[in-house]
Design a protein. Structure first.
Length: 296
C-alpha cells in the first residue's frame, strides 16, 4: 500500500472530484482512478463510488481517509518547505572560512546574502585553511573559503579563485623602525619571529617562500589566530608576517610598520572558494556560490 495512494485518497475526500484531485496532485485523472482501485484491492473492499456530483467515499473510504490525513499534511508541509527553499525563505547555508577571509572578506558577502535570502539560516565557522578543507572533506560544511597555497582535498571538491591579498612583514616601531619599504633579511634575523599556528594559510605561504629563498628562521612565538599575532606584534614581542588586509588600522595609528623582505619579494596569495560541484550543492549553497563568483 503506497503512501502516495493514501495521499490521493485524502485529496479525493476533500474535493469529491477526480478531475480536481488530479489537478491538485499534478497527475492525470486516470492515474487517480487507478490509485483508488489499487487501494480498494489492498483493503479488500470498495473505497469510493461515483455520483452525479463527482465522487463519494464509502464508509471504509472515509475512515481510511481520516486515518491518512496526517500524510497529506506532511506532504503539503514538505511542498511548502521546498517552495520556501527555492525562494530563499528557508534552509541552511553552512560555510567555513579561513581566519583572514572570515575577518575581512566574508562579512560583506554574508550581509548581501542575508539581504537577498533573509529566511535562510547561516552557519559560519572561522578557522585555519587546513581545517576548512577538512570540514568540507568530512561533510561538516558545504562551502569553504581559503587562502593559498593549495591544500590537498578529495577529488569530489572543486575550487575557484575569488580574490587575494599580500603578506607583509610587520613590526612595532618600538622594536625596529623600518626606514625603507624594503629590508634585507639579515637586518631582522636577530629579532624574535612570531608565527601563526601550523595549518594557517599565512604561515604555509610564507614558509614556502622562505624555503625557496633558502631562509630557515627559528620559531620563537607560535600563536593561534591572526588577531593574537597582531597583538603580539603591536606589543613589540617580535616581527611577523600578516595579511595586508588585517593591519590597516594599526599602520594608520602608527602601532605597526610594514616592509617587504628583499630576499622574498612580494608574497601574494589567492583566496579560493571550494565546494562540491555546483549541481550537487543545496539551494542555499548554490545561491551563495552565485553571489560570490557569479554563474558557475
Amino acid at each position: 500500500m503506497s503512501s502516495d495512494y493514501l495521499v490521493t485518497l485524502v485529496v479525493v475526500a476533500e474535493t469529491e472530484n477526480l478531475s480536481e484531485a488530479a489537478s491538485l496532485l499534478g497527475i492525470s485523472q486516470p492515474a487517480v482512478s487507478q490509485q483508488l482501485k489499487a487501494l480498494s484491492q489492498a483493503v479488500g473492499e470498495r473505497l469510493h463510488e461515483r455520483s452525479g456530483h463527482g465522487v463519494t467515499l464509502t464508509r471504509a473510504g472515509r475512515e481510511l481517509a481520516r486515518e491518512s490525513a496526517p500524510l497529506l499534511r506532511g506532504y503539503r508541509g514538505v511542498m511548502e518547505y521546498l517552495s520556501s527553499l527555492e525562494k530563499g525563505e528557508a534552509g541552511v547555508l553552512s560555510v567555513a572560512a579561513s581566519n583572514t577571509v572570515a575577518a575581512h572578506v566574508l562579512p560583506n558577502w554574508l550581509i548581501k546574502f542575508r539581504r537577498a535570502y533573509p529566511g535562510v539560516r547561516v552557519s559560519a565557522r572561522s578557522t585555519n585553511s587546513e581545517l576548512v578543507v577538512s570540514s568540507l572533506d568530512n561533510g561538516e560544511m558545504e562551502v569553504g573559503l581559503i587562502e593559498s597555497p593549495e591544500y590537498s582535498h578529495s577529488k569530489e571538491l572543486v575550487e575557484r579563485v575569488i580574490g587575494g591579498d599580500e603578506l607583509v612583514l610587520a613590526c612595532s616601531p618600538s622594536l625596529f623602525d623600518f626606514t625603507l619599504p624594503e629590508v634585507s633579511y639579515s637586518e631582522i634575523e636577530h629579532l624574535p619571529m612570531v608565527w601563526r599556528e601550523s595549518g594557517s594559510g599565512v604561515r604555509s605561504t610564507v614558509e614556502a617562500a622562505m624555503v625557496k629563498a633558502g631562509i630557515f628562521p627559528r620559531t620563537v612565538f607560535e600563536l593561534a589566530g591572526g588577531e593574537a599575532v597582531k597583538e603580539a606584534l603591536v606589543a613589540g614581542l617580535g616581527v611577523g608576517f600578516v595579511s595586508s588586509l588585517a593591519v590597516g588600522r594599526e599602520v594608520e595609528d602608527g602601532l605597526l610598520k610594514l616592509a617587504m623582505v628583499k630576499e622574498l619579494g612580494r608574497i601574494t596569495r589567492a583566496f579560493r572558494i571550494i565546494s562540491r560541484p555546483f549541481d550537487e550543492l543545496s539551494i542555499p549553497a548554490r545561491s551563495f556560490y552565485q553571489l560570490v563568483v557569479g554563474k558557475p
